[in-house]
Design a protein around this ligand. Structure first.
Ligand code: ZN
Length: 92
């Protein structure tokens, strides 16, 4: 049975991020910082329940953070949450 490649599994990271979201008064827009344009984009996205839900769940996702850094778009999503936002897949 092969060992997992990464010492810190994605599931574990995601679980810790989820715990963080649940333990504090988590606000995706506040978590984005002072970038108003990003907050505005998120606010408009959240007018759609499904997308808003996906984005709320994506907040704090380390994969999404990495995707945002890579593409230079504060509203970027990782593949999983992008699909969730498009309604292709339920976000965890
Ligand atoms: Zn994500």
């Amino acid at each position: 049975m092969p060992k997992t490649n990464s010492p810190l599994g994605k599931q574990q990271v995601r679980r810790q991020a989820q715990r963080l979201r649940e333990s504090v008064d988590w606000d995706p827009q506040r978590a984005l910082g002072k970038r108003e344009s990003a907050a505005e984009q998120w606010a408009s996205l959240e007018q759609s329940d499904r997308q808003g839900n996906a984005y709320a769940k994506a907040a704090g996702c380390p994969d999404c953070v990495q995707a945002q850094a890579e593409i230079g778009d504060p509203t970027g999503l990782c593949e999983k949450h992008l699909q969730a936002a498009m309604g292709l897949e339920e976000a965890e």
